[in-house]
Design a protein around this ligand. Structure first.
Ligand SMILES: *Cc1c(COP(=O)(O)O)cnc(C)c1O
Ligand code: SF4
Length: 352
């Protein structure tokens, strides 16, 4: 595939040659809808999907090819078992768009496509591991598979009695909403309880088409959540996140995770400090509906799992009381149960 095939002619001009180099390593892919949303270099959609020469310069000691240690935690290919009761199953190697900050971009040129043997091995693993209650279909993007394929995978998972819930992680409702057809929605609603968690990063992605796609899913009784990657110069701004989260809630999408960037090689120019995420949450907490506020999460390098972080609201712990600061900066104290001070101090990481 040539670079120009995927993007409007003339849009790259002078940078084309350098971008061809990036494209060879990390291929460019932009969905028709996102192509229409591109306005100018550096805009929030542009930065997410258009190549940047900095992708080839990120070779620092922090740059990893598999920052979440997923390969090491895959008992069978494409199935990541990191937590006791749930697995992440990479069922598709195709996405509607190639997000330049993707943690799994190593797979764009080395896809491990799912074949029948691998499907069977994953199903066998899940079937013989009764602790697994929750199967998260991921990718790539599972909703780039045909509706028949999604139906087949979900049906086979549903035959395993200890699998209670299914989850689908996808960017399709915003990046390629035309794929959320009545047929696909009919398939998904046939496998309840099934949750769809949607990747969305900026209010500009909330188009009329995406609104309709979310409405079709929600009307089918599918609980919708979102995950948003905190991206430098895309959405690291309180008013942008406020608009995004409040709008999502109005689409019946409950903001679930705000993710700190992983240490993926070639993505350093997107990374914000951990303090930025906390500062943004602090600005939004209590000012917007609690339902609209996601958890801020760092997915630890090496496969140690996700850790949620909260801005500290505890000022100090005294012998008989704990002193809080509310979102307006006002102090307020709350009485302690006798003797709990040291336990509380330890749980909150405070010396008292
Ligand atoms: C994120 C993730 C999950 C799901 O985690 P939740 O916190 O339950 O949403 C499961 N497995 C892997 C490997 C993950 O990265
Ligand atoms: S949709 Fe997800 S898996 Fe696909 S390129 Fe974007 S971040 Fe990566």
């Amino acid at each position: 595939m040539s670079l120009q095939a995927g993007i409007p002619s003339g849009i790259l001009d002078g940078d084309l040659l350098q971008c061809e180099d990036v494209h060879r390593v990390y291929p460019v892919k932009v969905s028709p809808l996102f192509r229409n949303l591109l306005e100018k270099p550096g805009d929030p959609i542009w930065r997410q999907v258009m190549p940047d020469v900095r992708e080839l310069r990120d070779e620092g000691p922090l740059a990893m090819e598999d920052p979440l240690g997923e390969e090491a935690r895959s008992p069978v290919p494409n199935l990541v078992h990191r937590y006791p009761d749930r697995v992440l199953w990479i069922v598709s190697h195709v996405c509607a768009v190639h997000c330049r900050f993707c943690t799994r971009k190593r797979r764009w040129t080395r896809p491990v496509a799912l074949n029948e043997e691998m499907i069977q091995r994953a199903l066998d693993y899940i079937a013989r591991t009764p602790a697994v209650r929750d199967v998260l279909l991921s990718g790539g993007d599972p909703l780039m598979l045909s509706a028949a394929m999604v139906d087949d995978l979900c049906s086979r998972l549903r035959r395993i009695s200890h699998v209670r819930i299914l989850r689908v992680g996808t960017r399709v409702p915003f990046a390629a909403p035309e794929r959320i057809t009545d047929e696909l929605v009919g398939v998904l609603r046939g496998h309840h309880p099934l949750f769809v968690n949607i990747h969305v990063n900026h209010p500009r992605e909330i188009t009329p088409e995406a609104r309709e796609a979310c409405a079709r899913l929600a009307d089918a009784g599918i609980p919708l959540g979102s995950q948003t990657v905190l991206l430098r110069d895309v959405n690291d701004d309180p008013s942008v996140l406020e608009e995004l989260f409040v709008e999502l809630l109005s689409l019946r999408v409950r903001p679930y995770y705000l993710l700190q960037m992983d240490l993926m090689k070639s993505t350093a120019h997107f990374r914000t400090g951990v303090s930025d995420g906390l500062r943004l949450l602090q600005r939004l907490r209590n000012r917007i509906s609690g339902l609209a506020l996601p958890q801020f999460v760092v997915d630890l390098p090496g496969g140690y799992g996700k850790v949620p972080l909260l801005p500290q609201a505890v000022e100090k712990i005294e012998a008989e009381r704990i002193v809080f600061r509310n979102y307006e900066g006002r102090r307020c104290s709350y009485p302690l149960v006798e003797g709990e001070g040291p336990v509380l101090a330890k749980l909150l990481g405070k010396d008292g």
